[in-house]
Design a protein around this ligand. Structure first.
Ligand SMILES: *Cc1c(COP(=O)(O)O)cnc(C)c1O
Length: 403
């Protein structure tokens, strides 16, 4: 049996008639821009996040850009964030003319290391952008205290964490603005690109609404340069069908994560994602660290060269390949950290973010999505167990040394 890393087919089968009806209703209404689907989604989404306002937009990337613009962040400003994230986190900061300043991550949580934020603050720092990566919320109690002490604005990158909460309060309701993506693989996915921003300040909400429509407070009056970044009515209709299922889907993700944790915790050379108390993890991804290597000398002959100045990913790549040969398909989020990307060549530095670089060479995302069946999950578990037990206890040192 093949186990995909992600699949929509079962969800489409379950929601089929309801989705068809919603999409056809919009198609036949001729109301493609603005209208009641968007209003009702924004109202329901704000309630889900526990914010006063939600404004739909074109993507999660645009949500970040709209947030930064509305907070007046631009040329000459610095925004503190993590390099261990999807590229769009930093790309949005650069898109408004500001500079991303990368802080290393915590090796247990994979999230921005709160102990290191203050050392990165300069007179140009204007904001901090915590990323709730893989659905795991940043400790927002501590992050908000640091931001308040240094008068930094807070833009939450909630793209992977829809439905997650810190201390019982949803992500996206803590900072000045929460930014969400409804890209199809996220916890709440549209049928294409879509996003939203949330906040409790009506002035900020109105500003973002205008920025998303060419900086236009009323028809054909343009008070500033904005974007064409509306949420489509068709996407809103799809999201209106899916939003009432969000909580049950996140619960299912939690059940899958719990099962992985129980079944894999004793395996040598595999570090499981932290799941300590205090947060409601959204489990958009279940990301393990592979620190065990193949137990035969011949395979180290194919030792991969160290690309992009990163430690060798030989052990992880070996495991990924072997899993795939037995039908278990995994993904690497993310193989190259943002500061090592060619597009950020000016930010390259040697060993400046060692934890981030180590993680990029070790991480592997196991299949997790609400419709993953128990049988599929048990296949992932048994294949993984047999591969790692056969190869234990092993030369794990060769994996963890930065080249
Ligand atoms: C997906 C994602 C984004 C961008 O969202 P899009 O809707 O794809 O533009 C931003 N940040 C993170 C962490 C993401 O995972």
């Amino acid at each position: 049996m093949q186990v995909p890393p992600f699949s929509l087919s079962q969800q489409l089968a379950d929601l089929g008639p309801e989705l068809d009806e919603a999409v056809l209703r919009v198609l036949r209404s001729g109301q493609y821009i603005g209208g009641s689907e968007i209003k009702s989604f924004e109202t329901a989404f704000a309630a889900t996040v526990g914010s006063t306002h939600a404004v739909g937009c074109n993507s999660g990337t645009d949500a970040l850009i709209l947030a930064l613009r509305a907070l007046g962040i631009g040329a000459g400003d610095e925004v503190i964030t993590a390099s261990f994230s999807f590229f769009a986190t930093a790309e949005a900061i650069s898109a408004v003319g500001a500079k991303p300043v990368f802080v290393d991550v915590d090796p247990l949580t994979y999230l921005i290391d709160l102990e290191r934020i203050e050392a990165a603050i300069t007179s140009a720092s204007k904001a901090v952008m915590p990323v709730h990566l893989f659905g795991r919320p940043v400790d927002m109690t501590r992050l908000m205290a640091i931001a308040a002490r240094h008068k930094l604005r807070v833009v939450e990158d909630c793209a992977q964490a829809t439905g997650a909460s810190w201390n019982g309060r949803p992500v996206g309701s803590w900072g000045d603005i929460g930014c969400f993506s409804f890209f199809p693989t996220k916890n709440l996915g549209g049928a294409g690109d879509a996003g939203a921003v949330t906040c409790n300040d009506s002035g900020l909400a109105q500003h973002m609404r205008e920025l998303a429509v060419h900086g236009m407070p009323r028809r054909y009056l343009h008070t500033e340069l904005g974007y064409n970044s509306r949420l489509d009515a068709l996407q809103a209709a799809v999201l209106n069908v899916k939003l009432p299922r969000l909580n049950q889907w996140v619960e299912r993700r939690r059940t899958i994560a719990q099962r992985y944790r129980e079944a894999l915790e004793d395996l040598p050379g595999l570090l499981l994602p932290d799941a300590s108390a205090g947060h409601g993890h959204g489990w958009n991804q279940f990301v393990v660290r592979v620190t065990v290597c193949p137990n035969d000398a011949s395979s180290s002959a194919t030792h991969s060269p160290c690309e992009f100045g990163l430690p060798s990913s030989h052990c992880r790549d070996w495991l990924k390949q072997n899993l795939q040969e037995q039908g278990v398909n995994t993904i690497i989020y993310y193989p190259i950290p943002i500061h090592r990307q060619p597009a950020y060549a000016e930010q390259h530095c040697s060993s400046c973010l060692p934890v981030t670089e180590q993680l990029c060479s070790e991480v592997l995302s196991l299949p997790i999505f609400p419709e993953l069946t128990n049988e599929q999950q048990e296949q992932v578990i048994s294949v993984l167990r047999s591969l790692l037990i056969q190869n234990a206890p092993l030369n794990s040192q060769t994996c963890s040394v930065a080249a």
